[in-house]
Design a binder for this molecule. Sequence first.
Ligand code: PGA
Length: 259
Amino acid sequence: MASTKRIPMIAGNWKMHLNSKEAADLAAAIRKGLDADLKHEVLLAPTFTSLHAVKAALAGSKIILSSQDIAWEEKGAFTGAVAPSQLIDAGCTAAIIGHSERRKVFLETDEMINKKLKAAIKAGLVPVLCIGETLEERESQRTYRVLETQLIGAFSGITAAEAVKVVIAYEPVWAIGTGKTATPDQAQDAHVFVRRQMERVYNKAYADAVRVLYGGSVKADNVDELMSQPDIDGALVGGESLKADKFLRVIHFQTVLTR
Ligand code: PGA
């Protein structure tokens, strides 16, 4: 089964929470609580201002440090933006791109997300590309069309070889921070669709290998069921990643399937 080759990833998106000391303490507590033989990848995405402190707290560990956003230019007059090389300088090896909050609150378009994805790839960062439909889009049966548009837009002009490190996070907007999780079946269906779409964009080998995380109210008490779905390769976790004990339980999920 192809899924056995996909290494699960559990990612914590701390959004605009925690000062640098709190972030470093949380990172240290998560690091301390990891099983020594954990095979999954763990990623932490603090705010820009906490990157240095978290990097120090993670020094020597395998935990991946990620930004929550990235600029598509390398330098210049872009007030407020942070360039790929600056993220690398701060210790990042990954970048979250196109989170629904960036799309909705900061009006990021598929075109901007495409440029960010290209910039992250060029810099050698692991992009965690977020896609997902709003409640209105789901209720008007447009979920798949929206996901298709977002994926085609994001990967435009990028080859399969260039896209090899990309991790996709399917995050239904209506499930983010609402306590409403997609049912495991709803998530599995969307993940299968994403994989099929990536087969169309690239090829079957790519689609079988790409990791698709689920995000949206993932909690310690629903992660096992979600991670038991064959096409869910991990989780992008917001609120629950701010509590070390809960997030550690998410990281150490248990599935009923052999992966
Ligand atoms: P949530 O956020 O887990 O708090 O719903 C997920 C996300 O926005 O990545």
